[in-house]
Design a protein around this ligand. Sequence first.
Ligand code: BG6
Length: 467
Amino acid sequence: MFYKQAKAFPDGFLWGASTSSYQVEGAWNADGKGPSVQDLHEPPAGITDFKVASDHYHHMEEDVELMAELGLKAYRFSVSWSRVIPDGAGKVNEAGLAFYGRLVDALVAHDIVPVATMFHFDLPLALHENGGWAERATIDAFERYARVLFERLGDRVKHWLTINEQNVMVIHPGAMNPGRVPDQPELYQQSHNMFVASAKATLLLHEMWPDAKIGPAPNITAIYPASCDPRDVIAADNWEAIRCWNYLDVACFGHYNPLAWAYMEEKGCAPRIEPGDMELLAKAKPDYLGCNYYATATVAAAKNDGHDRAPRAGDQQVMLGEEGVYRGAENSSLTKTEYGWIIDAVGLRTTLRRIAGRYGLPILITENGLGAKDVLEADGTVHDPYRIDYLRRHFEQAQLAITDGVDLIGYCPWSFMDLVSTHQGYGKRYGFVYIDRGEEELGSLARIPKDSFRWYKGVIRSNGAEM
Ligand code: BG6
């Protein structure tokens, strides 16, 4: 539908930016931090690990100054569980907690709304070694960790996100499970336990801080059928339910998506549900929904002939297919990034409309951005017109989604600064701020605003009127 004029971004719109702890902080064993599963990560040759990352832990004040210069209204970061509770369940590490206290204070002092993710792919290693999310003990540990965070930061942090991309941890589990990739029954059990843990944290926050908001942050994307062949349409519908809606249905409606449940039964991976779980899930209601959006996916009907699953270049955004469920397909209307991720700004509008239509809750875009091999020029500048173009197109579609009636409360591109990508190390950069380091040589770690930084500053200053 064409509109005579798109609606303006609402007053108070949270123009933000995102990061996650293990991808920016570095200081992997500083001041009492315990190891997380990410510290065991053994990258391929020539790709960095997460030990130093962007060294945000030692540059935090400088980084927040830059956020203020950019004019950010919100900053989405994640707390490293094992920095706060080194073994995940035992003694609190005061020095680690103090880091987040200082970060939150610095943000609040600059009128930047802190948006804290409680868990972003970095399970404390001690919990992992005891069975990780497959064990109910991890639910108890998460609830206790939540209590510590809410007690110590809850007076200043009013926006919480429970778990980042629970669906990606089930569908692309490699990066979160060093040494051994669990089978599907275990992954769906992990997922069920994460639902229960999130519900417990949600109820606890509402009890402790009734003025605060909390929600999940899954990776959601509209799934397109490869053609109008009704079998392709059903395949797209199935995969959207299994990959996306299941995660929001449990969080918002308190029950599993029926189609996703039928899939889990068929595959023999329906989780064990303990007495009381479903009552708890029904009681815990999120206040808003985070949405990480990078790309849509296009799928065709499965043939169930042993070839539905096909290796394709890429990672968590690339649909590999699943035997008897769907096949990955190409979309000739769309282009891809140099890392093989589809670029689909209109797909963001479609995705937001579908989420809003199903759940009727405010939405915060918690991630969206372009990974590229940015270059630091000899004169100290970084020109990233491709990122400006990518974000401009997505912002325009977000504005159209608002015009369509979506209650979009903010937009946090990935990422505030360059960081270590989940699969492609430091070469794949997303930030508004360039960090002077390579894969193996650390460089000066200087912070250098890119062209996109100056452009985004204008977008924020004009509340989206100037893009
Ligand atoms: C999301 C994750 O899946 O995508 C981030 O929440 C991640 O942690 C981002 O960095 C981009 O993916 P990648 O693989 O390019 O780092």
